[in-house]
Design a protein around this ligand. Structure first.
Ligand SMILES: NC(=O)c1ccc[n+]([C@@H]2O[C@H](COP(=O)([O-])OP(=O)(O)OC[C@H]3O[C@@H](n4cnc5c(N)ncnc54)[C@H](O)[C@@H]3O)[C@@H](O)[C@H]2O)c1
Ligand SMILES: O=C(O)C[C@H](O)C(=O)O
Length: 310
């Protein structure tokens, strides 16, 4: 199985590395516009083959899309990241043009690929990719909810002082500082609702920390995060390539689900070899429904700014 990752920067290279060393695909192609950059990252990853014990072939290319031909999955991470104090939404002006051009180049060489969109503002970039390519909605998946949910479980594990892998939880809604919806009501510690162990105030703090999880890291690092984002993309790609049918919150095109139409936003999905195989309808309470509608309004307003590229 072949995966192309566009953008050999922090997230793209970390994702390629995770796909290779976890043996998720037999071949990974990294591609970037910066001369020699993707080739260098690929060579560096290949030099971990014997110490990490994998056989995935990783190659790099400077803007030559013929090298990406026949990819089963393509991941778009190209574009600029935010700096401290910025929102993801402020990236739209530069990233929209990049994502649209990249998606067209990818499809010309891999007409059957499933596209995973990572570049921010991710929900709007996912919508743009869907509209610009005209591909069926099951083949366009925005990655954000997998990352936000892993941060949610990390903060829950710290508040509970319990192992993160014993915790279940999900974040839906937009992938934005104010649009994310950590579903604290449904989170559990080995099946026991976390509300049995944490007060309302403690749960509200976990939710608030989760929502600004990306901004907190951007403040600490001076640019946005890459280890958890890269690992989250690899987790999603694994579910596609190995037909794992995991339930992962992803930004996908809605046609009536969760009361929304003509929008890409985070909802729980079954992810397998056909991409989005099912959108799972979770019964939300009134407060969660109101938050989801508000989140969708904000994402839809951002989509309105795509008129110059669509
Ligand atoms: N969805 C998520 O959960 C999530 C998580 C982390 C980062 N991101 C987003 O991913 C994007 C990348 O972040 P990063 O930290 O890797 O940034 P980065 O600057 O480290 O890497 C981006 C790379 O894209 C390349 N690039 C730019 N235009 C290109 C083009 N037309 N074709 C090919 N490559 C091109 C650049 O040369 C650079 O190497 C940002 O928009 C960031 O906000 C999203
Ligand atoms: O925070 C960002 O800008 C990058 C990414 O969306 C993240 O959540 O880490």
């Amino acid at each position: 199985m072949k995966v192309t990752v566009v953008g050999a920067g922090n997230v793209g290279a970390t994702c390629a590395d995770a796909i290779a060393h976890r043996r998720i695909a037999s071949e990974v192609v990294l591609i970037d516009i910066k001369e020699g950059f993707a080739e260098g990252k690929a060579l560096d990853i290949m030099q971990t083959q014997t110490t990490l014990g994998f056989n995935t072939k990783v190659t790099g290319s400077t803007n030559d899309y013929s090298k990406t031909a026949g990819s089963d999955v393509v991941v778009i991470t190209s574009g600029i990241p935010r700096k401290p104090g910025m929102t993801r939404e402020e990236l739209i002006g530069i990233n929209a043009g990049i994502v649209k051009g990249v998606a067209e180049n990818l499809l010309a060489h891999s007409p059957n690929a499933i596209i995973v969109v990572v570049s921010n503002p991710m929900d709007t970039m996912t919508y743009l990719t869907l509209k610009a390519t005209g591909l069926p909605k099951n083949r366009i998946i925005g990655m954000g909810g997998a990352l936000d949910s892993s941060r949610f479980k990390c903060y829950l594990s710290q508040a509970l002082d319990k192992p993160a892998n014993d915790i279940q939880g999900m974040v839906i809604g937009g992938h934005g500082d104010t649009t994310m919806i950590p579903l604290t009501r449904l989170a559990s510690y080995n099946g026991v609702p976390v509300s049995e162990f944490l007060s309302e105030e403690e749960l509200a703090k976990v939710a608030a920390d989760t929502m600004v999880g990306g901004a907190t890291l951007t403040g600490l690092l001076g640019t946005s995060a890459w280890y958890a984002p890269g690992a989250s993309v690899a987790y999603l790609v694994d579910s596609i390539l190995n037909d794992q049918k995991k339930m992962i919150p992803c930004s996908v095109f809605l046609e009536g689900e969760y009361g929304q139409n003509d929008i890409c936003i985070g909802v729980p999905c079954i992810i397998g070899k056909n991409g989005v195989e099912k959108i799972v309808s979770v019964e939300l309470n009134d407060d969660e429904k109101a938050k989801f509608a508000k989140s969708a309004d904000a994402v839809r307003a951002m989509n309105g700014d795509l008129s110059s590229v669509l």
